[in-house]
Design a protein around this ligand. Structure first.
Ligand SMILES: Nc1ncnc2c1ncn2[C@@H]1O[C@H](COP(=O)(O)OP(=O)(O)O)[C@@H](O)[C@H]1O
Ligand SMILES: [Mg+2]
Length: 405
């Protein structure tokens, strides 16, 4: 029995290393050395941990990280300045709340750039994510989301800029730091032979203070599938397992790179419930997505990334000036009437007329509809297709990403 378990774990370890190495090679630009095996942030240090386990060495929670933890190296140079700023406590007396500026910064980025062989994938971005926030990086394919996220995870090297994540430079952070973050990669390669429960139990052993396996399964809605082998799970169930693996170390900060891409609507909905549940646990979440609805539903704050630059930042309601953009009031003129028959206050706002339909732009839609209402009532007419359109997040997003092309 012990031999079988040992072989399973050893095989598992080998495949994870091979998968990590393959992913690294694929991701690092030519000329960059791949990261050392097993050093992916949020991934347990299987090599050392299993050696320690087989040698009967207990994990040392007081060590702060999986077996044999070394102190996290101190960041140096410019990054140290950011780290210093990040670790400053919020001012006393300032009320705290989700997304409010008084919360300490968990991620701070200044002038981040990443070039791949002449291609500037990330072209100088600044951002800040505060404790307890759900922050969404919204952008089309190729915008630079995964590149940025994997730099923040310590999984890719940056070309330039200062980065501090949980008070450390990810390029130099140690195991203590890794145990504090959870990662869901855009592409995952779960172990086919283990069950969901076995997978989580294996990983739980490598963290100083893991979340209980049963509780983690429950959190992602996999309790009923705990004995399912990973290789037989549906895409949605595998993604949930990815999230569970990111949560098993009970991290403070969780990176989710396109967590629902390829999901059907029902699976997406339940994934959103899982992510919203993480918010309730007080976790800080950095999410990337190209689904506007996902960002709108989940995020406290959204940054739109296009061609490696942040082109807008705000809440779903304020992004790109959405809250102050004009609304469009439109309706079809009654038969025999033209725009010239409208009252002056309304006619002054008319921007388009086509096929008998009138469109008027206004920042006071209620006032304009009031004018229209009185005018129509006085004449005993109705406007059955009257429409008031506020710019949707999609309108704003498409405009922002179109402008940056
Ligand atoms: N390892 C790599 N080598 C060369 N180019 C890359 C590499 N990874 C990403 N890119 C390029 O960088 C740009 C940004 O990619 P990526 O960060 O994956 O964007 P996103 O996650 O927003 O889709 C794309 O043009 C992509 O082709
Ligand atoms: Mg990506």
């Amino acid at each position: 029995m012990a031999i079988i378990l040992y072989k399973t774990i050893a095989g598992y370890r080998r495949r994870r290393r091979a998968a990590a190495a393959a992913q690294s090679e694929q991701r690092l630009s030519p000329g960059e050395p791949p990261p050392a095996p097993g050093t992916r942030p949020g991934t347990p240090q299987l090599a050392d941990a299993s050696v320690a386990a087989s040698a009967g060495v207990p994990h040392t929670p007081s060590g702060g990280g999986p077996a044999g933890t070394a102190a996290a190296p101190r960041p140096d140079g410019q990054a140290a300045k950011v780290v210093e700023a990040v670790s400053r406590e919020p001012a006393a007396g300032v009320p705290e709340g989700r997304g409010q500026v008084s919360r300490p910064a968990v991620i701070e980025v200044r002038g981040l750039r990443k070039c791949y062989d002449g291609l500037e994938a990330v072209a100088g971005i600044d951002l800040e994510v505060r404790a307890g926030e759900i922050f969404a990086f919204l952008g089309p394919n190729g915008a630079g989301k995964t590149t940025t996220v994997e730099i923040l995870e310590g999984y890719r090297r940056r070309t330039a800029g200062d980065v501090a994540v949980l008070g450390a430079d990810p390029a130099a952070a140690g195991r203590d730091w890794r145990a504090r973050i959870g990662v869901v990669l855009q592409e995952s390669q779960p172990e086919d032979e283990l069950t969901a429960e076995e997978c989580l139990s294996l990983y739980a052993g490598y963290y100083p203070q893991p979340r209980p396996v049963a509780e983690t399964l429950d959190l992602v809605g996999l309790t009923d599938h705990r004995t399912a082998r990973c290789g037989r799970m549906s895409g949605g169930q595998r993604r949930r397992l990815d999230v569970a693996l990111a949560l098993i170390g009970d991290p403070e900060l969780i990176f989710l790179d396109e967590p629902t891409t390829g999901f059907d609507p029902a699976a997406r909905q339940s994934a959103w419930d899982v992510i919203a549940g993480l918010r309730d646990l007080g976790k800080t979440i950095f999410l990337t997505t190209h689904y506007m609805e996902e960002a709108e539903r989940l995020a406290d704050r959204i940054a739109v990334l296009a061609a490696g630059r942040i082109v807008a930042e705000g809440t779903a309601a304020t992004l790109g000036g959405r809250d102050t953009e004009a609304s469009i009031v439109s309706f079809t003129m009654p038969p025999g009437m033209t725009a010239a028959d409208l009252p002056a206050a309304l006619a002054a706002c008319v921007t388009r007329t086509a096929n008998g339909r009138v469109e008027a732009d206004t920042r006071s839609p209620l006032r304009l509809v009031g004018v229209l209402d009185r005018w129509a009532q006085d004449r005993g007419i109705d406007l059955p297709d009257l429409d008031v359109h506020r710019p949707t997040l999609e309108d704003v997003y498409l405009q922002l990403t179109r402008e940056s092309r």
